[in-house]
Design a binder for this molecule. Sequence first.
Ligand code: SOE
Length: 398
Amino acid sequence: MPEEQVGFVRMGEARAAGEIPTIGIGMLGYAFMGKAHTNALKKIPYIVYPPPAIPRLVSIFGRTESAVAEAARRYGYESYTTDWRQLVRDDRIQIVDNGLPNSEHAEPCIAAAEAGKHVICEKPLARNADEARRMLEAVQKAGVKHACAFNYRFVPAVRLARQMIEQGRLGRIYHFRARYLQEWIMDPQFPRVWRLDKSIAGSGALGDLGAHIIDLGRFLVGEPRSVLAVTSTFIKERPLPDGSGRAPVDVDDAFEAVVEFENGAIGTLEASRFAAGRKNFNTFEINGEKGSIAFNLERLNELEYYDATAEPKEANGWRTILVTESYHPFWQWWWPHGHIIGWEHTFVHELTHFIDAVVNNKPVEPYGATFEDGYKNAVICDAILKSAEEGRKIQISY
Ligand code: SOE
């Protein structure tokens, strides 16, 4: 009888054939984005195979020790801390991933860059353009890799849209029409959480949802040249989360904007948290001289395409591309066609892209968003607020 072969492999153990390095991750925040990013990091070693590196969950930061200790155990971090300054100095960490509320993006990311860490930070990069510029200058000075986590660039259907536009399938672009609609704060009794507090969030639906469609406009169409906008706060006062009273709402509940792009295209942007029935309705339509493309995040595996050049014309019409073929973006890592993926998997693509950029010294751009994209996004958001306040068109200048 041949000797029974028994082997023991620990997760993250470098594999003999062609060593796969590990890379130390420090996570700032354990709530929604901390969970989404950790979920993705844990999938990378076996979904993206071989991975550019195996993420090692070194440490996670949170303000409340009991909560962050539980998160560390739940997610599988080796350690936790209630002091992010200690985390950004930890020699076991090469990448700092910031999923904290917007007011806690700048200082920790700047400190991480100054400590030589590569930094990925959730969107919006900052509360305004001035704060975003300081972050951009810090990462550029430190010479570290940097990314702003506009994860919808990493939806297979969105990357396919980008490829089709790059290939000239639409020709000259005439329109970019985008809406990002949710409904979660329509109840006047919904408390004034941090996303509704200007001192923490910077803005309301604009920076939270509008930032995404502004980024998609820049990613798919080009640079905006001007905006003309209105905003509205439908419910002016809300109960405080701790029940201690009520406070005014000092951010936008919704905005509408008309946009001119440098390349001559024109378009509309709309974001609202008061669109009853819309759950996470991030949609865009692009109209070009040769056809149109449309996308809806609530049907994220599909891309709608109208080929204006198709023959015979009498048989033409919009077609739905199910973006799940092995030759579609990112699908070399997943399942047989038709076995659809979800919102969470965009973070697997995004974090793999960033880790690959770090370990193989590749550029994050143009397919990933950098802190420069985050800064330009903040300039456009500031311009939208300025236009709404002054009632006039604002030219965009970076
Ligand atoms: C809440 O509006 C939110 O979680 C945003 O903050 C995210 O960026 C978006 O992807 C989903 O909705």
